[in-house]
Design a protein around this ligand. Structure first.
Ligand code: IFM
Length: 452
């Protein structure tokens, strides 16, 4: 079996570096009856919204099998587990707490702590309660305040048992895919909608941060953003400008307000009614200091100039791709990490997601996913190179612990290092899972013994 190796003197092999696995609530939990509806339930019920017409009603039945799943995580030897809380499982429509739903997470966190694992909790991984969407969802400023109330309730229940809270996962996806292009729930479209949703999400982040800090001063508090390195199709000035606009529109739109309290220059290109409604004081709330930045990375994107739009995506040709059709570009991972480190004074970084969907086959009880092992090896080494270049990276989470509901693509794409048979719910650790576990265990013989 191929291995995931790092240079023997890599800081990633030191005992302080955190290795973990990640999941999210809607993608694995199932048990729809135990919670309120969310925007993804509604979206899944619309014709042609999901590639395989599936939904999250059952998923990996994690609510049923959570103990077994924690056992599985523990067996991988990782230091940490990143999970998300389902807002519609813990909050009722009248703003009261659903005690039974909250208990599920309290038990989960307690069990993880018993096993000496660090718990990374994300509050919003896209499953907005439908009752809030009915009042405008992220287009309604009030949703940001409802998020603050929800964050306070979670902090009250889980407190400082949580090592690191993240307010949002990938607000780019919630805003751009959910409210601008409409390929994700709730399926709304329009530039103005996308930009307004993004602003309310960032405001929600800032409002939640305040209460999280007050209630859990000893936990870490941050946010998780996704980045795709933006490359120009050619050396022409026009293509380079297109890649720059794309970077501002998709990457910097979320980071610059947090770090510099302003939106990037491309905001000037928007008409008045497409711009977000920024009220006095909003940018101060949004730009409060964070303890860490979560970065999710999967691939780069290539852009060219276009007469109709500011930038246009050039689809990859003849390149190694994952099953998502995403180019495999580990160098671009180092590049974006170093670029962000150069552009901003960033807090410590955790790579909160990285991984690949591949065309796995379960044969004789084994998934020999050498391609995924290779993806992890090259991308972990890309992280190592970034660290060598001075980027302060504290941890890495493989996406994902197990195969799960891949949003608009349903169950057709498998990102897990553990295979899930959706008929039986049997979990089988893939070769990549074994290789990841080996890497984590190798630390005892690696850097640590190297400095003895
Ligand atoms: O599965 C998703 C996850 O929910 C958010 N980040 C990207 C992953 C792969 O598409």
């Amino acid at each position: 079996m191929p291995k995931i190796t790092l240079p023997a003197n890599s800081l990633m092999l030191s005992k302080d570096f955190v290795f973990g696995v990640a999941t999210s609530s809607f993608q694995i939990e199932g048990d729809r009856k135990g919670r309120q509806d969310c925007i993804w339930d509604t979206f899944c019920s619309q014709p042609n919204a999901i590639e395989d017409s599936s939904n999250g009603d059952i998923a990996c039945e994690h609510v049923e099998y959570w103990q077994q799943d924690i056992e599985l995580i523990d067996s991988l030897g990782v230091d940490a587990y990143r999970l998300s809380i389902s807002w519609p499982r813990v909050m009722n429509e009248d703003g009261s707490v659903n005690e039974l739903g909250m208990r599920f997470y309290v038990n989960l966190v307690d069990e993880l702590l018993k096993r000496n694992m660090k718990v990374f909790v994300t509050l919003y991984h896209w499953d907005l309660p439908q009752y809030l969407e009915d009042q405008g969802g992220w287009l309604n400023r009030e949703t940001a305040f409802a998020f603050q109330t929800y964050a306070a309730a979670v902090a009250n229940a889980l407190g400082e048992k949580v090592y690191a809270y993240a307010t949002l996962n990938e607000p780019f996806c919630s805003a751009y895919l959910g409210y601008e292009t409409g390929v994700h729930a709730p399926g709304k479209t329009g530039v103005g909608n996308g930009r307004k949703a993004a602003h309310h999400l960032l405001l929600a982040h800032g409002l939640a941060l305040k209460v999280l800090r007050q209630q859990c001063p000893n936990s870490l508090h941050g946010i998780v953003l996704n980045f795709s390195t933006c490359h120009a199709q050619s050396e022409s000035a026009q293509d380079k400008q297109a890649a720059k606009w794309a970077d501002e529109y998709h990457n910097q739109w979320y980071l610059k307000p947090l770090m510099h309290a302003e939106y990037p220059e491309i905001i000037e290109k928007l008409s008045a009614d497409e711009r977000p409604d920024v009220i006095d004081g909003d940018m101060d709330i949004i730009s409060q200091p964070i303890d860490y930045l979560g970065i999710n990375y999967y691939t780069r994107t290539v852009y060219e100039a276009d007469n109709q739009q500011w930038f246009k995506v050039v689809p990859p040709v003849d390149k190694p791709l994952t099953a998502m059709g995403w180019e495999i570009t580990p160098d671009a991972f180092t590049e974006i990490l170093v670029d962000l480190h150069t552009q901003y004074t960033l807090p410590p970084i955790y790579i909160t997601e990285n991984g690949a969907a591949m065309n796995d086959e379960l044969v004789d009880g084994q998934v020999k996913d050498d391609d995924r092992i290779d993806y992890f090896r090259t991308h972990l080494n890309a992280v190592n190179t970034a660290i060598e270049k001075g980027v302060n990276i504290k941890g890495y989470f493989a996406w994902s612990l197990m195969d799960n509901f891949e949003w608009a693509l349903g169950y057709s794409k498998r990102f897990g290092i553990v295979h899930v048979d959706y008929n039986t719910q049997k979990r089988t650790v893939k070769q990549s899972g074994h290789a990841y576990a080996e890497l984590v265990k190798s630390r005892i013989n690696g850097y640590i013994s190297g400095i003895k």
